[in-house]
Design a protein around this ligand. Structure first.
Ligand SMILES: *Cc1c(COP(=O)(O)O)cnc(C)c1O
Length: 394
């Protein structure tokens, strides 16, 4: 291997370490839950996972995965269209379609794969894709991977005026597509879907919604940001993950018109050239959806806890970003301060992640709390109080 290359990598790593932006893994000894056994730290409250409903280690989901291992074995050993499709994949896809009220759904090995596989497969020259400036990296990469001639535009975050101008300018295009996250993961705010749908109607555009952080979190029955706004039947294409609120562990999907999912089966490269979801994961996905549908009170409890936590932080004089999701960021200033505070929080038994530049603009570094239905109020109280005392002292 080129010594010059290794030297360059080493230098960049040293710089990252010196700047305090180096990402070190932390090892967890057991399962994910409201608290975890962290190597070298012991029992700590976990406030940085996407386990919004406490499904990551739910006994019924674990049992469903066990059973599928016994029935289907460990691996599909293939991509879907060759011999990687087992009956449990159909069961999951039918459940996802029914959940979203779409004609069909198609699973991928991750939502990352779904998003990078979707846009290149369904767009053609002249089509215009309009993407929110704060969309998830997988949407950005998926849109970037479209063919030459596809017009890719970014509209200012949540800015309907900017979006409308761009839609107007694209009137003559063969098709227009508005692409947005439901819940934006660094801000915890939500896309104004009702008004996005109005604009989509007005300018004959499709709406593509990635609701990875909204599914299981928002709406009366946990159907996400679209349910929150009452526009489930106005979203053309949903994408999402089985690995956040749903406890399958991994996996993603596209739900929408059959013409879309069938086209993906023919054309979508992560589908054609990458292994199918393991059957135990598919079965865990099915069970997660069952549990979500059977327990809307879990969703309501999560929403109440997240709202309570935001209010509690405000009462303490801290400034959480406003929002309705379970992502509760608190801006702390410079990147180094966020890193320092996250480390100090861990010493107090609270695992929360600090995000700084370049993930968010310099000066807007933050601690990002993620509330789960599995948390109890005492855990949230302790986390807020710990942050208050640390911020008072630094
Ligand atoms: C987490 C996330 C993804 C990636 O999901 P995976 O299934 O882990 O690949 C995609 N989009 C959004 C908006 C996300 O938050």
């Amino acid at each position: 291997m080129s010594k010059a290359l290794l030297k360059r990598l080493g230098a960049a790593l040293e710089t990252a370490e010196a700047e305090g932006t180096y990402k070190h893994f932390r090892y967890i000894k057991g399962a994910i839950g409201s608290h975890i056994d962290l190597e070298g730290k012991g029992d700590v409250t976990l406030l940085s996972s996407n386990d919004y409903l406490g499904f990551a280690n739910h006994p019924e989901i674990v049992a469903a995965a066990h059973q599928a291992l016994d029935t289907y074995g460990a691996s599909t050993a293939s991509v879907r269209f060759i011999c990687g499709t087992q009956s449990v994949h159909r069961e999951l896809e039918e459940a996802l379609a029914s959940f979203h009220g779409t004609e069909a759904a198609l699973t991928y090995s991750s939502c990352w794969a779904a998003n990078t596989g979707l846009f290149p497969a369904i767009t053609g020259p002249g089509d215009v894709i309009l993407s929110d400036a704060l969309n998830h990296a997988s949407l950005i990469d998926g849109i970037r991977a479209t063919a030459k001639g596809v017009v890719r535009q970014v509209y200012a975050h949540g800015d309907l005026v900017d979006l409308e101008e761009k839609l107007k300018a694209a009137r003559e295009a063969p098709s227009r597509m508005i692409v947005t996250d439901g819940v934006f993961s660094m801000e915890g705010d939500i896309a104004p879907l009702d008004r996005l749908c109005d604009l989509a109607d007005q300018y004959d555009a499709l709406v593509v919604l990635d609701d990875s952080h909204g599914l299981g979190v928002l709406g009366k029955t946990g159907r996400g940001t679209a349910e929150h706004f009452g526009v489930l039947d106005r979203i053309d294409i949903f994408t999402g993950t089985l690995g956040k609120a749903l406890g399958a562990g991994t996996g993603g999907f596209v739900a929408g018109p059959r013409a879309v999912t069938e086209t993906l089966i023919q054309q979508s490269r992560p589908h054609l050239f990458s292994n199918a979801l393991p059957p135990c994961v598919a079965a865990a996905g099915v069970k997660s959806l069952d549990l979500l549908l059977a327990h809307p009170e879990r969703v309501a409890g999560l929403q109440e806890k997240a709202a309570w936590f935001r209010g509690y932080l405000k009462d303490l004089g801290l400034q959480p970003l406003a929002g309705e999701s379970a992502v509760v960021p608190v801006i702390v200033g410079e990147t180094v301060r966020a890193i320092h505070l996250a480390n100090a929080m861990l010493e107090q038994g609270v695992f929360v992640t600090g995000f700084g530049f370049p993930v968010v603009p310099e000066g807007e570094a933050r601690l990002r709390f993620q509330v789960s239905a599995a948390h109890d109020i005492a855990q949230l109280e302790q986390a807020g109080a710990a942050l208050k005392s640390l911020m008072g002292n630094s």
